[in-house]
Design a protein around this ligand. Sequence first.
Ligand SMILES: Cc1cc2nc3c(=O)[nH]c(=O)nc-3n(C[C@H](O)[C@H](O)[C@H](O)COP(=O)(O)OP(=O)(O)OC[C@H]3O[C@@H](n4cnc5c(N)ncnc54)[C@H](O)[C@@H]3O)c2cc1C
Length: 366
Amino acid sequence: MSNDTAIEQREVVVVGGGQSGLAMGYLLGRRGIDFTILEAADAPAAAWRGRWDSLRLFTPARYDALPGVTFPGDPDRYPTGDEVAVYLTDYARRFELPVELDSRVTSITKADRGYLVELDHRAYLAEQVVVATGPFQVPRVPVLAERLGPEVVQFHSSVYREPDAIPAGTLLVVGGGNSGFQIAQELSALHEVHLSIGSRQTPLPQRILGRDLFWYLEKTGLIYKTTDSRIGRRASGRETLVGSSPRALRRRYGVELHGRTVDAAGSTVTFDDGTSLDVRTVVWATGFELDHSWIDVPIFDDNGRVVHRRGVTQSPGLYFLGLTWQHTRGSALLGWVKDDAEYIAQQITANRSVAAGESRKPERVA
Ligand SMILES: Cc1cc2nc3c(=O)[nH]c(=O)nc-3n(C[C@H](O)[C@H](O)[C@H](O)COP(=O)(O)OP(=O)(O)OC[C@H]3O[C@@H](n4cnc5c(N)ncnc54)[C@H](O)[C@@H]3O)c2cc1C
């Protein structure tokens, strides 16, 4: 940081302007807390804007709302990703949330009182900080992808947009999660599609006896089971496939299923049963990694995972929001992130220092 970097002060800085950051902002605003939301992208809800065009949510509209305003339309329908982006953008506007766009945070360090939150050419001193940078950050692609020849078109599911842009020829989707299944299904209308499933996820029907799966999870209380509970512990170790199944993908959409992809050479991909396939295109639906390397505060374990209890770290005043299974299955979902946000808002309120009333004029480091 250069000596003439402008430093502003806030009681709370929220990093990330997705659903988690916005829900946090709404609750902080209602408590009269002085805060800002720093968002790296040039628009709120960037993650939803970047997802494929035909994406439909697996949660119905009744479970897609943040605190304070319902999701528009029939509560039983499944909105598109674009609708979520519009909803979140309107949400920020309606509640006049102070979202600063094009504001990527490059580091968080401990300061005398609170934290120094640095951006490229400016910084904030914040008494408390909420990191809401998302559960799906860095696309994960296995190293064997490097062994594919240049004649193969390959990309991660996070850059997939629509089927027309895919070249003709055999297409392999690698990854048996919700994204892999949905993309394979969509592409099967125009292409010969294969799906490589490394580890089977438990398929759950989207609707049972006319009601949505999440209605049952809510009514039975399963969605609220915490990582401390026996059921929560078991469920958090298991991925689930909502509304898709290997059998339906094969029978209804003609997608050929394979086991784990174990090798690649030129345009040939090999699976764990020794069979192989010549491919023109590979879509890596192989998930994401977290990247918290820019946070320079000792809150990580030996594997680089943040140590926290319901988002509260051991460094006073530093919180996380929106992590997968942060507390429950709902922690990283639109309709339930409010519960963790409310809990963190309570912690923030309890920690508010006497400095809360002090003047916060921009100052310069001498
Ligand atoms: C394909 C897919 C489908 C999904 N479908 C559903 C569904 O149907 N229903 C549901 O409830 N959930 C769904 N989810 C899960 C979850 O709701 C989303 O992943 C959601 O985007 C998470 O919101 P978030 O605000 O926690 O994180 P994000 O939406 O990822 O937002 C984080 C924000 O932080 C910003 N950021 C990152 N780093 C920095 C930095 N250093 N400085 C400043 N800003 C930064 C990013 O630009 C981003 O805007 C889905 C997820 C995926 C991947």
